[in-house]
Design a protein around this ligand. Sequence first.
Ligand code: CIR
Length: 260
Amino acid sequence: MTEKEIDEFAIVRGIPNTFQDCVTLSLSHNTPKINVELARQQHATYCNTLEQLGLKLISIEADDALPDCCFTEDTAIVFGDLAIINYPGTSSRVAETVEMEKTLARLKRIYHLSPPATLDGGDVLKIDKKIFIGNSSRTNEEGIKQVAVIINPKGFEVIGVKIWNTLHLKSVCTYLGNGCIILAEGYLDDNIFSQYDKIIVPREEEYCANCLVVNGKVLIPKGFPKTKTLIEAKGFSVIELETSEAKKADGALTCSSIIF
Ligand code: CIR
């Protein structure tokens, strides 16, 4: 299996003052509110870690009119020298793509998705030339089809994956490299990944199925010791990061950057 070359850039965006107004399924009346200052500290540590792993940060200023703007992953997807500007599946997030497009237009050839397509980058799992796309409450079949039309001619194969009871495909599975997928069971037909080696996360640690791989290191959320051991047992080197505030906003490690 061919692996990706070295990653060079990460596009990130600051935490807005309005972060508590984000779209979320997690926050209920008995969940503690998002602490915006703490979220900023955790985001800063995330950014520093990406830099230490060799990435150049491209940072977009936060916009208080866009409470979810720090979750850059959802707004665009990059394939080699092209970038697709997404059509996020939640109306309050569509305007996040404006600054993302300006940023990516300096580096990539830009393509757009057009209505009725909707697609969040959190549904896009890249494994070399295979691109798995979650058909979720945010990403529809038309979105998947339009991505395929753009990238099939570049040699990518798009595979739609029906998912249920979760926000995004990558909320429940990510690719670690060396043919290994980490997966929470019960959210998709995992026969789709039969050709891969799998780490199944224990039920009580499902949030840890979203890991971020940067230049050979596996970044995982702090507080998931069983999964950490399983990942290390496969020979990966792990860095733990605190994500308590992003988690309250239904965010995880991949959500806060676009890496290429
Ligand atoms: C949302 O619901 O859209 C945000 N509050 C969280 C987005 C997380 N993004 C991701 O998983 N890629």
